[in-house]
Design a protein around this ligand. Sequence first.
Ligand SMILES: Nc1ncnc2c1ncn2[C@@H]1O[C@H](COP(=O)(O)OP(=O)(O)OP(=O)(O)O)[C@@H](O)[C@H]1O
Ligand SMILES: [Mg+2]
Length: 507
Amino acid sequence: MQNEFVLQIKDVCKSFSGVTVLQNVSLNIRPGTVHSLMGENGAGKSTLMKCLFGIYRQDAGEFHLQGQQYNFTDPKHALENGVSMVHQELNQVTKRTIIDNIWLGRYPTKRGFVDEKKMFKDTNELFQRLNIHLDPRTRLDKLSVSQRQMVEIAKAVSYDAKVIVLDEPTSSLTENEVNLLFDIIKVLKSAGVGVIYISHKMDEIFEISDEVTILRDGQYIGTEHIDNLTMDKIVNMMVGRDLEERFPPRVNIPGDVHMSIKNLTTKFPPVVHNVNFDLRRGEILGVAGLVGAGRTEMLEAIFGTRTKLSGEVYIDGSLIDNSTPHKAINNHFALLTEERRETGIYPVADITFNSTIANVEAYKNRVHWLSDSKMKHDTDTQIKNMRIKTPHRREKIRALSGGNQQKVIIGRWLLTNPDILLLDEPTRGIDVGAKFEIYQLIINLAKSGKSVIMVSSEMPELLGVTNRILVMSNGYMSGIVDTEKTTQAEIFTLATKYLNNNKEVEV
Ligand SMILES: Nc1ncnc2c1ncn2[C@@H]1O[C@H](COP(=O)(O)OP(=O)(O)OP(=O)(O)O)[C@@H](O)[C@H]1O
Ligand SMILES: [Mg+2]
């Protein structure tokens, strides 16, 4: 008899050094469906999947694959038996080629030698099937983060698994790549694969899921068919109450011009061309645009991490030198990068270190010793203000859930007490409840006289939080609009204004 479920998870419990992370979680996955797993940052989604995949050993509970009980001892064991996984954190050997990364640990051999030709051919066929246009011989450090993510997805698919886990696979993908991924998922569904999908993006959940299961604080809350769910209902199940408002009131009032950018052009592609604008004191200026429009590059050029061909930064009318990040920090700028998990984290250090590292100077006392008590105090304040889910500040940051790691990094930059904050996708990977807290934080900072530039791909967030929105299109600034007077349609028109039709977004 055909099993109704391809995977059954029964009463799984897991704790780390006495802290319960999963409590009797059960879940049934039907073949040929997408089953989404939702819950706040730290709810236990990734941990449950890591138990399934043999990375952690659960304290109690069982996994049944097509009716048969398994306890995978390591990921290799899981892969050999039809379970594959795309992790929230990329874990690749960047100095090796795409081929090496895909076939690592399972090289096909011919008379005892690794069969390079077959690997190349197989990779090409795989990419063709999935519509991915990359040369398999490329080294991973030559790829963008999103391309590396696509390689990881292709690898997971290559195992012909019965169950595929995708843990926040789209957090760094471009729109085109997300569409491509959804096409791949449809193919997997029609082949009878059970897909477990983890994401904080509501629109994705409604587009791709058949069923949704919600976890809260390590406990199973419920499973519903997507047709029986609304966004409000999901949020209520996730946080245990209704979130009345998605955005806090905009209580900041922009004042005089704080910073001016003149003739900003970057040296290396993707190039930002001749950008000019003013940022007012206490203003939140959003930056909209399609992926590849140069939004990140513009922030990097202002902060000195990207070489300028021309361009000046003025503060209160005086020219300043922001040619290196060090100088920018001394000028009271802070940049929260888009790829926090790639570039922002010291994984084996604890939360205190990760929170305070950007601000070490401020913790030196008169004899140049670091003031331990102040660092501890500030870290505890951040943990409390941002509701970072952790037993204590001495926890290693890599033991935090992905979203909570991000909160630590955001907190780090806030502790440097910057006057100008440059935020690149500040709420990416952050759950709906915590997003509200981050918006609140940004608005309060602006209210206290700080000025903020915020790049975001989420239109509702730009419309809900900012005072004005600067729109970038293909490296050019195509307009600045008042948030209260604009519409989504106007912003979209501006974002596509200088689009060169020949230039397809690369995958
Ligand atoms: N190796 C570990 N050691 C100690 N605690 C851990 C470890 N891994 C996870 N945890 C804790 O378990 C809890 C659940 O984490 P998990 O990563 O499963 O959350 P998540 O639901 O995936 O969240 P996110 O949406 O932020 O990715 C968190 O409080 C986290 O700190
Ligand atoms: Mg996670």
